[in-house]
Design a protein around this ligand. Structure first.
Ligand code: G16
Length: 541
């Protein structure tokens, strides 16, 4: 290793004194101006990771749902999954090392992770549309070059597109071609094959209004438009030409505020959806004839997909284990519906796609969705092989037809990570195949009224949680207070957790009425404020 070059380049990307950041829910996230040294060092780490696993590693510069002024960076592991947890710790160590200790920390990581520095290394880079992203991805390249690795810069891509590229590359093309054309072709072919199997779509043309959060999704959907069949007409809103990224729009805004995004004019009963800033989340919604807004969040998306898959799995008559993975944010009625009506096992894990993905890998067919719209479906290798074999060899028409649909689902869903574009096509195909309107989909179950709030505290890490984040261990007295508050309301539930992407504590509450959910969330936010060191003025109702 050329330590002299490392010293020289690292000095060009100095760490601000006293700044310590942590590899969180989805990598590092902070104000963009605090991140130059972090992205440079993540360039270094990507090379080490690539040498350690002898595979291409991805680096995405994005802060997804965060405000435009923020940015972030995360590493993508060989099959397109999130960075292995053992390396998250190395990432944090490297990010926080003082300039003079950088060489020592790198040497320690190489020893602990048995990195053979003589091996080749390769990194794929992508970035979102934030004004700061281009410069930050240049700093990633500086880091890569110091350690002498190969790289391919995809430039502007959605986060899931980068995950897809990494997986394609490391499976030697088995997962698909590692190009944008390859991605568009794979998805559109599977989508068209699927809707060909629809006999009663109920709509000759499918119109869908899409709020792209003023982010990368608009660019990539426009590129993909020529690949769509003429029956599918997408209308792109919030394309980034007028307003700021994620400002009053996008999947996170719509989910948190339970209201339509700005910049999208919605007629009664029109099917609409929102992507987030890097197009890895999606939520649907519509307005009824009385003008009421109806949100169809990740829970209901996961439910629709589970219903569809369960029916197909019954038809192919294989002993495949289907399960759904959710987080504590899942609406109580979605969990009840899945378990009691659909009779599908449901598992609850900590927030963060990496946790859901990991759990979903335990099943033949693992559906995972966060309520915020981040999710996908994983098919085990054995299930995939069996399904593809049934398509080729099965004599029974109904069984073969069902296997064919499952095969197209396997190709349409981005199994590396939640992907708004792929999820949207999956949903549109299922609605067409089942002849369902958005209202019928919404009517599967009624969400319990709920409220999401944020509170700022001096140090959010004073809150430690357990039981998949449903109970607070610290600070003392907080959980007891939440328990007492929850007892005041019917059908109620509440929990708090430190965010891994923003400097806030998140609060979730649900109850029998919206007033009660709002009141409970507010009371819990006051408890957090007073017991966990709230900053500024106490939260107002
Ligand atoms: C990221 C993660 C999601 C998580 C969300 C919020 O989403 O990928 O799994 O639900 O952050 O996390 P937290 O509550 O810890 O801030 P995104 O879309 O911002 O990448």
């Amino acid at each position: 290793m050329d330590f002299e070059a490392l010293r020289k380049y690292s000095a060009l990307h100095p760490k601000p004194a006293g700044l310590a950041l942590q590899y969180g829910t989805a990598g590092f996230r902070s104000k963009a101006e605090q991140l130059d040294h972090i992205v440079f060092r993540m360039g270094l780490l990507a090379i080490l990771r690539s040498k350690a696993v002898t595979a291409t590693i991805g680096i995405m510069v994005t802060a997804s749902h965060n405000p435009e002024e923020d940015n972030g960076v995360k590493l993508v592991d060989p099959l397109g999954e999130m960075l292995h947890p053992s390396w998250e710790e190395y990432a944090t160590q490297l990010a926080n090392a003082e300039e003079q200790d950088l060489q020592k920390v790198i040497t320690e990581i190489c020893q602990k992770a048995a990195v053979n520095l003589h091996k080749d290394a390769s990194v794929f880079i992508g970035r979102d549309t934030r004004p700061s992203s281009e410069k930050l991805s240049q700093s990633v390249i500086d880091g890569i070059q110091v350690l002498g690795g190969q790289y391919h810069d995809y430039g502007l891509v959605t986060t899931p597109q980068l995950h897809y590229m990494v997986c394609c590359q490391n499976t030697q093309g088995q997962y698909g071609k590692a190009t944008l054309e390859g991605y568009y072709e794979k998805l559109s072919k599977a989508f068209m094959e699927l809707i060909k199997q629809s006999h009663c779509s109920g709509e000759s043309q499918r119109h869908l209004k899409i709020d792209c959060a003023n982010g990368i999704g608009a660019l990539k959907l426009s590129e993909m438009k020529p690949y769509f069949p003429p029956e599918v007409v997408i209308h792109i809103y919030n394309d980034g030409t007028k307003e700021k990224l994620n400002h009053l729009c996008g999947a996170d805004f719509v989910k948190v505020h339970q209201k339509p995004p700005g910049g999208l004019d919605m007629k009664p009963n029109e099917r609409c959806c929102s992507f987030d800033g890097d197009a890895d989340r999606i939520v649907y919604y519509y307005k009824d004839t009385a003008g009421h807004f109806h949100l169809i969040d990740g829970d209901k998306i996961g439910t629709l997909i589970s219903i569809f898959l369960k029916e197909l799995l019954a038809k192919v008559k294989q002993d495949f284990k289907l399960a759904v993975v959710q987080t504590a944010y899942a609406n109580g009625n979605s969990t009840r519906y899945l378990q009691e009506t659909l009779k599908v096992p449901v598992h609850c894990v900590k927030t963060g796609v990496k946790h859901l993905h990991h759990k979903a890998q335990e099943f033949d067919v693992g559906v995972y969705f966060e309520a915020n719209g981040h999710g996908t479906v994983l098919f085990s290798k054995a299930a995939e092989t069996k399904i593809r074999q049934l398509v080729k060899e099965e004599k029974d028409d109904e069984k073969r037809e069902a296997a064919k649909m499952l095969e197209n689902m396997i190709d349409l869903i981005n199994q590396t990570v939640g992907d708004a574009v792929s999820d949207m096509l999956v949903i549109e195909a299922i609605l067409a195949l089942k002849g369902l309107t958005v209202q019928q989909w919404d009517a599967l179950y009624t969400d319990l009224p709920n409220r999401l709030l944020k509170v700022q505290v001096a140090d959010r890490h004073v809150i430690d949680t357990t039981d998949a984040e449903r109970r607070a261990l610290t600070p003392p007295g907080l959980q007891e207070k939440i328990d007492a508050l929850v007892k005041k309301y019917k059908l109620s539930r509440a929990f708090v957790r430190p965010s891994g992407t923003e400097d806030v504590v998140r609060i979730y509450a649900e109850a029998d009425t919206q007033e009660n959910a709002d009141a409970l969330a507010h009371e819990v936010s006051l408890a957090v404020f007073y017991l966990a060191g709230g900053k500024g003025a106490p939260p107002q109702p």
